[in-house]
Design a protein around this ligand. Structure first.
Ligand SMILES: [Zn+2]
Ligand SMILES: [Zn+2]
Length: 133
């Protein structure tokens, strides 16, 4: 068990693997309950509205949304896709960007393969070398 500085309040605490101290964890749970109860009682509410009424920071409310904790409540709050800014109900990216990101990764792989092919020095060698692997 090592000592860690809490990501949220800066307090030093004993931690195995967490970045947030037990006090903050409790507080976050409390905050989540406040947000959830507010939504439960009021239905459709905007993030700033929830923030005003519950005192929970907008950042934290958005965090709950990204973590998918509020998905089960049928409310019209959303966060922005980190790539295109489209409204999403949970997570960091919209489905299109998620797809594009995974495509982007594989197309990069394709490119590096192309690089191997286009280096013409000793074409036969490279082929044989690659076959060895
Ligand atoms: Zn803390
Ligand atoms: Zn997007």
């Amino acid at each position: 068990m090592g000592l860690k500085k809490c990501n949220r309040c800066g307090q030093v605490f004993a931690s195995n693997h967490k970045d947030i101290c037990p006090d903050c964890e409790d507080e976050i749970e409390e905050n989540f309950k406040k947000v959830r109860d507010y939504i439960y009682d009021n239905g459709q509410a905007s993030i700033p509205q929830i923030h005003e009424e519950t005192g929970v920071s907008i950042k934290e409310i958005k965090q709950f949304i990204r973590e998918g904790r509020l998905v089960e409540y049928d409310i019209d709050v959303s966060v922005e896709c980190k790539k295109c800014g489209k409204k999403i109900k949970s997570g960091n990216y919209c489905s299109e960007c998620t797809e594009e990101l995974s495509k982007g990764l594989s197309s990069k792989e394709e490119e590096s393969k192309k690089d191997i092919k286009t280096t013409k020095t000793g074409k036969m060698h490279t082929r044989r070398d690659r076959r060895k692997k």
